[in-house]
Design a protein around this ligand. Structure first.
Ligand code: AMP
Length: 289
């Protein structure tokens, strides 16, 4: 029978609840989030529910991954609604710490995953992945899960967390869930709520552009530069959209590729007014001649 949902705010209480689950012989599944939860988060929680005995969701708007001009203070904080979604999706424990719990005043230690953090989001969001890697490793050390769940929606984040786990010998498995989308294809994001109705209409251009890339690659297109130019053109022709970047990169190194030979990713970052959206499409390795 499912246990009722518990909520902790301190590291000690979180460790106690997880230790009790371990004593019951349960494996630990962990879904780190910043709250403002939607069906994308829900799908990760449901997967954890199927695969693990005890499911922990963290809700923490991590200050160290926001730049000075970014939306840290106005990032949505919706704990009561988040708790409802967590409960429906099968969460056992929500860990929702205050920043001072995660970062006491004498905090000194940061984690950086070199090279993978430099491209794509890197230039527009300096320090972002340093903050992400640091908080994710801290949360891993607090929760000590067997399996941790991340969304393909944040493809660069996934690669960075995978690399960190490998390089620092963190004893857990990373599970990657597919990007969950609105019926028209827009990737679910906590930031979609910032969009005005007209921007929301146009925002589907990200998915449509990535889907065009996927179709062209499936039809045999191998030229990364041509695909990139097409993406730039499509976003440029979208009213209200301002391109940050459009890239075709190697799925492992995240370096741009000219000729598609192995698995790659198409990625976009696009501004609509003050709102920045990202999306990506994994592209399988080409087959045939
Ligand atoms: P966030 O709360 O935005 O930090 O995201 C928490 C986790 O949910 C990350 O692993 C994200 O990649 C994942 N996530 C966010 N949006 C989606 C989505 N539309 N589909 C699948 N996973 C998502």
């Amino acid at each position: 029978m499912a246990m009722s949902l518990a909520l902790t705010h301190t590291i000690a209480d979180t460790r106690d609840a997880i230790a009790a689950a371990r004593r019951r012989g349960q494996s630990i599944g962990f879904v780190p989030t910043m709250g403002a939860l939607h069906a994308g988060h829900g799908s990760l929680i449901e997967r954890a529910r199927k695969e693990c005995g005890f499911v922990v969701v963290s809700i923490f708007v991590n200050p160290t991954q926001f730049g000075t001009n970014e939306d840290f203070t106005r990032y949505p904080r919706t704990l009561p609604e988040d708790a409802d979604l967590c409960e429906r999706a099968g969460t056992d424990l929500i860990f929702a710490p205050e920043p001072a719990v995660v970062y006491p005043r004498d905090h000194r230690m940061y984690v950086e995953v070199t090279e993978l953090q430099d491209g794509l989001e890197g230039p527009s969001r300096p320090g972002h992945f340093r903050g992400v890697a640091t908080v994710v490793l801290k949360l891993f050390n607090i929760v000590q899960p067997d399996r941790a769940y991340f969304g393909q929606k944040d493809a660069q984040q996934v690669r960075i967390v995978q690399q960190m786990v490998r390089d620092l010998d963190v004893p857990l498995a990373i599970v990657v869930g597919p990007t969950i989308r609105e019926p028209d294809g827009l990737a679910l994001s906590s930031r979609n709520r910032y969009l005005e109705p007209a921007q929301r209409q146009q925002a589907v251009a990200l998915y449509q552009t990535l889907e065009t890339v996927r179709r062209r690659v499936a039809a045999g297109e191998r030229n990364g530069s041509d695909l990139r130019q097409m993406m730039i053109h499509r976003i440029g022709a979208t009213p209200g959209a301002v391109l940050d970047y459009a890239e075709i990169v190697d799925a492992d190194s995240l370096r741009p590729v000219e000729q598609l030979t192995g698995p790659t990713l198409a990625l976009l970052a696009v501004w609509f007014g003050a709102t920045r959206l990202i999306d990506n499409m994994p592209l399988p390795a080409p087959t045939g001649p």
